[in-house]
Design a protein around this ligand. Structure first.
Ligand SMILES: Nc1ncnc2c1ncn2[C@@H]1O[C@H](COP(=O)(O)OP(=O)(O)OP(=O)(O)O)[C@@H](O)[C@H]1O
Ligand SMILES: [Mg+2]
Length: 358
């Protein structure tokens, strides 16, 4: 049941380390030219999945198909990919030139062809002047660019990236993320990147696979996963969310505390315990007399540059403050102070409802 538009298909992949199940029945399809991210918390199996695709780890069961060929039983050397690891893993005793040339020389390329190709790659990653330098003479960001050039030197059809940016400081990371995106736009190489950084995944990926405990929890475009998270884990992992506990009253309302939230809840039976998820940017302040308006007391205000993060103590969320984000451009934001009582509105169009597990 291979998907015809798929460049890389993974079918029912399981991976045990001893008795520990690191990958639990993973099935995914990646289209040609797509940039996908495996996103999830530490230990959820992202690297293991990437290493199975590369043949650096052997699956316990399941199949991997690349470009219509079953590759899951092929040795690494017979698979078609380039890889960049989290730790740069450049050869410290080789210059940038020779780090990039390494794979080409192994393939028996003629010297002048190697030189031409390496020069082309150095120019592609913007490091032509650094050809003779050794890895220790480069910044972290430069080392990762050389690692990227090395990974694509032999023109693989699949690029695998394991947290390629995570060792870099925040500014360089954001810059290189943009470069990686441009790079992908130019080359159109099918790319799989592992990250535990949700912002990175949201900003760079065509499609995200959110993982937890060896399972794919949800896949979709960044926008889709953010707006329509399929469960509280995903909603919480992708961006910030307020979770409000309630109980279904009828088709159009949920009881929270002693109040009601008007919301379409028709897919749940009366009495069902649910969690309502509200993103901080959709908590509207200072709108009185509309439905779904509640009151909260400001207990903290964080200034985060372009917006203000307001923490509200409210009876509909007794365990922790409700978070509301307000752009600084709203004049209103400048006057918020701790101790203020504020009205806030939860717009039904921007709420998600999940059934409680317990
Ligand atoms: N060679 C191994 N032997 C035993 N257990 C392993 C081995 N490799 C990984 N594991 C376990 O499998 C699980 C998944 O590991 P993996 O490296 O895939 O996680 P990850 O999602 O990449 O995490 P991180 O974000 O920390 O890199 C972890 O619990 C890890 O301890
Ligand atoms: Mg990892």
């Amino acid at each position: 049941m291979e998907n015809v538009n798929s460049y890389l298909s993974i079918r029912n992949l399981n991976k045990y380390f001893g008795k520990f199940l690191a990958l639990d029945d993973v099935s995914i399809d990646i289209s040609p030219g797509e940039f996908v991210c495996f996103l999830g918390p530490s230990g959820c199996g992202k690297t293991t999945l990437l290493r199975c695709i590369a043949g650096l780890e052997v699956q316990s069961s399941g199949t991997i198909i690349q470009n219509s060929e079953i590759i899951s039983d092929l040795p690494t050397s017979q698979r078609d990919f380039g890889i960049v690891f989290q730790s740069y893993a450049l050869f410290p005793n080789l210059s940038c030139f020779h780090n990039i040339a390494y794979g080409l020389e192994n393939l028996g390329w003629e010297k002048q062809d190697v030189t031409k190709r390496v020069d082309e790659l150095l120019s592609l990653v913007g490091l032509s002047d650094h050809s003779a330098k050794y890895p220790s003479q480069l910044s972290g960001g430069e080392q990762q660019r050389i690692a990227l050039a090395r990974a694509i030197a032999t023109s693989p059809n699949l690029l695998l990236l394991d947290e390629p940016l995570s060792a870099l400081d925040a500014k360089v990371r954001v810059h290189l993320r943009q470069e990686l995106k441009n790079f992908h736009r130019r080359l159109g190489l099918t790319t799989v990147m592992v990250t535990h950084d949700q912002e990175e995944a949201l900003s760079i990926a065509d499609r995200i696979f959110v993982m937890d405990s060896g399972k794919i929890m949800q896949s979709g475009t960044p926008e889709d996963i953010y707006a329509n998270s399929s469960n509280p884990f995903v909603a919480n992992f992708i961006g910030m969310t307020n979770f409000i506990e309630g109980q279904v009253l009828d088709e159009d309302s949920i009881k929270v505390d002693n109040q009601q939230i008007a919301i379409n809840s028709h897919s749940y039976k009366k009495g069902t315990k649910v969690i309502i998820a509200a993103r901080p940017e959709y908590v509207q302040l200072a709108e009185k007399n509309s439905s779904n308006t509640f009151v909260g007391r400001v207990v903290d205000v964080e200034f985060l540059g372009s917006f203000l993060r307001i923490h509200l103590e409210t009876s509909i969320m007794p365990d922790q403050p409700l978070i509301a984000d307000k752009p600084m451009i709203d004049n209103f934001s400048k006057s918020v102070a701790i101790g203020d009582n504020l009205n806030f509105t939860l717009s039904p169009n921007h709420l998600n409802v999940y059934e409680c597990d317990n």
